[in-house]
Design a protein around this ligand. Structure first.
Ligand code: ATP
Ligand code: MG
Length: 273
């Protein structure tokens, strides 16, 4: 079975996150999922080498999810064998004064991947219809126009040679509670503690409604969303690695041929005219 398709949001379909099980594992066994994650990660490393060398197209991976959904660990595991020279990660935080003095896509566009690169967005333009909506940071007539603006923006990137993978990490409220608790009890994780995460959590239903709209309005033919079950880390990592590998395989980047006749190159090498 193709797990990438299983968790794809078909453009035009109605979405209620309540109907998507965050604990889904499709009956898979953990050891098998971990073995296949490693295989996928190795394949991603090899394909990234070819994408970089080909230098004509790029890949953008957008990760969204509630706090502690596992965005950071996804980057660490799925991209464990890539060459960091061709992969960049951008984490979008609260906009600065300078960023707020421009349109909401200004800071995003500056971070899109150049040819040959993979770029990961840890949070993204979607924050501007998620936290911004839930916290009423701008009026409704401003955020409600952004879905179309985002779709058009992404279309522009795709036309320019970027492939976009959008992943919503679907964590349950209960699992998030356990993971936030771990930040309080495990000294290795204490640095991740943010009181604000506990405040955000109180608005869970409002966030789920905002996510329903994002997943429904912005799953397009050119850039569809995936809703990935996230409560079981090993299943999440397997599924995401499968999606990224499959996408790179479809892109099938090709190593460019030698730009010179081998004999001419040999003469250059030996200094003979
Ligand atoms: P971690 O998992 O390490 O906590 P994080 O992505 O939550 O990572 P933080 O620095 O804790 O990083 O939080 C970033 C905050 O910035 C989030 O609360 C997010 O909602 C907020 N943010 C991002 N983009 C925007 C935006 N456009 N407007 C307002 N807030 C935003
Ligand atoms: Mg945080």
């Amino acid at each position: 079975m193709d797990v990438s398709k299983r968790f794809l949001v078909k453009p035009g379909s109605k979405i209620k996150l309540g109907e998507w099980d965050p604990g889904e594992t499709l009956g898979m066994d953990r050891a098998e999922a971990e073995r296949r994650l490693d295989e996928n990660a190795e394949a991603i490393g090899r394909l990234q080498y070819r994408l970089y060398a080909e230098h004509t197209r790029s890949l953008l991976i957008i990760l969204q999810g509630m706090d502690a959904a596992g965005k950071d660990s996804t980057v660490r595991h799925v991209l464990r064998y890539v060459n960091p020279q061709g992969v960049l990660v951008t984490s979008f935080k609260k906009p600065t004064d300078n960023e707020l003095a421009h349109d909401f896509l200004w800071r995003i566009h500056r971070q899109t991947p150049r040819k040959g690169h993979i770029r990961v967005f840890n949070r993204s333009q979607y924050e501007d219809v998620l936290v911004v909506r839930v916290e009423s940071l701008v009026p409704e007539d401003v955020w409600s126009k952004r879905y179309d603006l985002i779709n058009a923006f992404e279309k522009n990137l795709v036309e320019g040679g970027t492939t976009i993978i959008k992943i919503y990490l679907n964590i349950s409220e209960q699992r998030q509670r356990e993971k936030l608790m771990r930040r309080l009890t495990d000294p290795d994780r204490a640095w991740k503690f943010e009181a604000a995460d506990f405040e955000t959590r109180k608005k869970w239903p409002a966030y789920m409604k905002a996510y329903d709209d994002v997943l429904e309005k912005c799953s397009t033919e050119h850039a569809a969303w995936h809703i990935v079950p996230t409560d079981k880390k090993w299943f999440r990592l397997f599924v995401i690695s499968q999606i990224v590998r499959g996408t790179l395989e479809r892109l099938n980047p090709r190593l460019p041929p030698l730009k010179i006749e081998p004999e001419a190159a040999m003469r250059l090498l030996d200094g003979i005219d």
